[in-house]
Design a protein around this ligand. Structure first.
Ligand code: AMP
Length: 421
């Protein structure tokens, strides 16, 4: 006999903890649904080239972290490492961009990166994302950032910080890129990093090593090279955020690991998570559509990490107030009682009450244990004597108080007690 474990870098979501994951997804997506974002779902895998072109040939995600496969039919596919390229692909394929703009979409799902597993970094993880396609408007950037900031706050998180930067556009970014390359070429760096200077110099700014950071103190910064258009756009985003009471920190070093970003870039970080501190991030990607063969379609979006947000909740000691999984637990004694209570449970459920039942023919003592463990507020107990008297015992599991309820009024009484009409 063999036993299997989940593959390295993955983990299972099991009750009761899994309830927190659902609550985080709900907290992230509810504000989007209230703000005109429609739900989109794309396949878990795409043509590998979508990501190599979209995310960027020189990024870690594409060079090291993609799960790729060749199908029996010879297709080169990759498990999706992120959501934006797929969502944009789907929108272009369905011609959504020919309708009213912006197209606002949200999604929730699993993503896959072959990374070195550590606390907060997994090979399979979960994101909720939002994309607003086809509009260049600082208020749209601000909308998305406000929605994310409010979502973290609605969960009760108090230590999420927002880092904000602008990466410029196709006019000013190349000039800055060249200036940065000039500066970086003069530094004492290893072979790998020297190669990165030529491919993706902005990423060198993100190098976490002390030996590299020390040399970067005089590096040219994008913010000093922004063109007038980018400068004014960024200023408007900042003003709109301030007006909504959303605090941010300007972080001129923020570049992020994906190539497609332009102008507004942001990251939400949590200080209780150690080195994997980013709980979410995003930005504007005005050139991405063209990079994957579409028309010009300036867009902005974000993806928030569900796994790390749950870790952040734990780090802050926040426990979510979740509706009880079970409100009423039925405990029958004897065959006839089982039939009666099973019907009552079905009816309660049909009335919208969360109800469960002592299955497996357990004795009264074990059944009451299950009732207590379920977290239910009430137990509905039915024994032989109750049956002859035509009542069930409704027991408040918090106070221990118990009283008989006529069998034909059980559903009405329980609904009334729980405040259901
Ligand atoms: P990114 O697409 O890299 O900007 O990721 C957006 C968010 O997804 C991050 O801020 C993290 O919260 C989460 N995330 C990214 N990669 C991982 C991973 N390997 N494990 C867990 N969460 C991740």
């Amino acid at each position: 006999m063999s036993t299997f474990s989940a593959p390295k870098g993955t983990y299972d979501l099991l009750p009761p903890d899994s309830a927190d994951y659902l609550a985080v997804r709900e907290a992230f997506s509810a504000p989007l649904r209230r703000s005109g974002y429609g739900y989109v779902e794309t396949p878990g895998f795409e043509h590998t080239e979508l990501f190599s072109r979209g995310v960027g040939e020189s990024t870690d995600i594409v060079t090291k972290e993609m799960y790729t496969l060749t199908t029996k039919g010879g297709d080169e596919l990759a498990l999706r490492p992120e959501g934006t390229a797929s969502v944009l692909r789907a929108a272009l394929q369905a011609n959504l961009h020919r309708g009213a703009l912006p197209v606002k979409l949200w999604y929730s799902g699993s993503y896959y990166r072959y990374e070195r597993p550590q606390a907060g970094r997994y090979r399979h993880f979960s994101q909720v994302g939002a994309e607003a396609l086809g509009a260049e408007d600082p208020a749209l950037d601000a909308e998305l950032i406000v929605l994310a900031a409010d979502a973290y706050r609605s969960l009760g998180l108090r230590h999420v910080r927002l880092l904000l930067n602008s990466l410029g556009d196709r006019e000013c970014r190349p000039v800055y890129r060249a200036a940065l390359q000039d500066f970086l070429r003069g530094l004492d760096l290893d072979e790998d990093t020297r190669r990165r200077i030529e491919l993706n110099p902005l990423r060198v700014l993100d190098d976490k090593r002390e030996s590299v950071q020390r040399q970067l103190s005089g590096a040219p910064m994008m913010r000093d090279h922004l063109c007038e258009g980018c400068k004014s756009y960024h200023e408007q985003v900042r003003e709109l955020l301030t007006a909504q009471g959303v605090a941010f920190e300007d972080d001129p070093r923020l570049v992020r690991g994906l190539d497609y970003y332009t102008r507004t870039t942001f990251e939400f970080v949590h200080d209780g998570l150690g080195s994997q501190s980013a709980v979410g991030g995003g930005g504007r990607y005005d050139g991405l559509s063209e990079m994957i063969g579409g028309p010009e379609l300036p867009s902005v979006g974000w993806a928030l990490g569900v796994d790390r947000t749950v870790l952040a909740l734990r780090a802050e000691g926040v426990s979510l107030e979740l509706p009880p999984a079970t409100e009423v637990f039925a405990v029958p004694v004897g065959e006839e009682a089982r039939r009666e209570l099973f019907t009552a449970v079905t009816e309660l459920r049909r009335q919208g009450v969360a109800a469960d039942f002592a299955y497996g023919g357990k004795g009264m003592k074990n059944a009451m244990k299950s009732a207590n463990r379920s977290g239910a507020r009430y137990a509905l107990v039915l024994g032989d004597r109750d049956l002859t008297e035509g009542v069930a015992q409704l027991k408040n599991l918090e106070s221990g108080e118990q009283r008989p309820v006529p069998l034909d009024r059980v559903v009405t009484e329980v609904c009334a007690k729980l405040g259901r009409t």
